[in-house]
Ligand binder design. Structure first.
Ligand code: NAD
Ligand code: ZN
Length: 249
């Protein structure tokens, strides 16, 4: 099948689906200039994840962890959503029960206009207290010093999920429920290696959903996909939404 035929087939399925769920990963933000983690030139090929994204790493050197997160927040603040984010935001405008689940922590889906995004791994734009979980607004670093929680004086940390931490319960529960009740599931720009998020496409598939994978590179999910589009998300998602619009408008 050519890419065009695959896009048409996906739109055929979209048109008869009552509920559609998409799971996105770091690849969706790659075209916005935000590095992925596991690709050969990704972040984890240059840094040690356990020093930068774990509770132990934070306790042993909070300043090092903060300087890394500030570096990433700067990149995110200087980046913009790409056509893949905008195309996904358009799905909400149509008469579809469309749900967006993301592993990304960059807030770009929301900036593109997506609503009710389920953030499985938190957000680097939010901070919280290491002890009491109180959300912390405002500057984290005061001169060279880290600010402390106003409520309990604990250290402030990014509101993201680190290695070894549990996902937020209500988000993962909702994501699992949506995945098991969906007709069509898109896995977009994710290596499908980080659990429990990586289970969601398989939960959908085993409950009868059609599984679409959008990724220029094969993943361990590829063999389970009913249709694969080997294009970037910024190229594939606009093609899908444009074809869908042509057919419904
Ligand atoms: P990953 O880094 O493990 O995998 C990225 C995947 O995206 C790869 O399979 C790659 O082939 C694919 N890809 C690369 N460019 C693409 C493009 N333009 N279009 C479509 N696909 C493309 O990422 P993951 O699966 O999301 O898991 C990584 C973890 O890292 C998540 O927990 C996430 O929280 C975190 N993370 C988030 C960001 C972000 O918020 N932007 C960035 C890096 C990592
Ligand atoms: Zn506190």
């Amino acid at each position: 099948m050519t890419t065009n035929e695959r896009i048409n087939k996906i739109v055929d399925i979209l048109l008869v689906s009552n509920s559609v769920t998409a799971l996105t990963g770091a690849g969706v933000s790659a075209e916005s200039g935000i590095a992925t983690f596991r690709d050969p030139d990704g972040i984890w090929s240059k840094f040690n994840p356990l020093e930068l994204a774990s509770i132990d790493g934070f306790i042993s050197n909070p300043e090092r962890v903060w300087s890394w997160y500030q570096y990433r927040v700067n990149i995110v603040n200087n980046s913009k959503p790409n056509p893949g984010h905008y195309a996904l935001a358009e799905f909400h405008k149509y008469n579809l029960d469309f749900n967006l689940i993301t592993q990304n922590v960059d807030g770009l889906h929301q900036r593109a206009g997506s609503e009710n995004v389920i953030e499985l791994h938190g957000s680097i734009i939010r901070n919280k207290c290491f002890n009491c979980n109180q959300i912390h607004e405002g500057a984290v670093i005061n001169g060279n010093l880290l600010n402390n929680c106003k409520r309990c004086n604990g250290l402030i940390r990014p509101d993201v999920i680190w290695f070894g931490e549990m996902l937020p319960e209500s988000e993962i529960n909702t994501a699992q429920k949506l995945s098991s009740n969906t007709d069509l599931f898109f896995s977009i720009g994710t290596s499908a290696e980080v659990y429990p998020a990586a289970d969601l496409p398989l939960i959908a598939k085993s409950n009868g959903a059609i599984l679409i994978e959008i990724n220029p590179v094969k993943t361990q999910l590829s063999n389970f996909a009913d249709i694969r589009i080997e294009l970037t998300s910024g190229k594939a998602m606009p093609l899908i939404i444009e074809e869908y619009k042509k057919r419904v408008e």
